[in-house]
Design a protein around this ligand. Sequence first.
Ligand SMILES: [Zn+2]
Ligand SMILES: [Zn+2]
Length: 90
Amino acid sequence: MSRSKGRQGRPYRRARAQLLAESTICWICGHDGADTADHVIPLSLGGDPLAPENLRPAHGVRGCAVCGRKCNSSRGAKMTLPAPRASRAW
Ligand SMILES: [Zn+2]
Ligand SMILES: [Zn+2]
């Protein structure tokens, strides 16, 4: 396990691998089989991209085998809630 001179350039991949080595329970739907690391605090909101406390396992593009959700991509960068319905004036 000597240090490779080849630069990964993407420490996120390492952080993700380390995260998934500890747990693959998706933090969004609660099922096993997560294959990506989701950011608890989105980077757009100042979240740390590599801090372990900001990374949680989540299902990626392959989706959850149990509930079928693509948890990570379904959240994406948008934390928006469904738009409130326009008041029914009629
Ligand atoms: Zn999930
Ligand atoms: Zn699920």
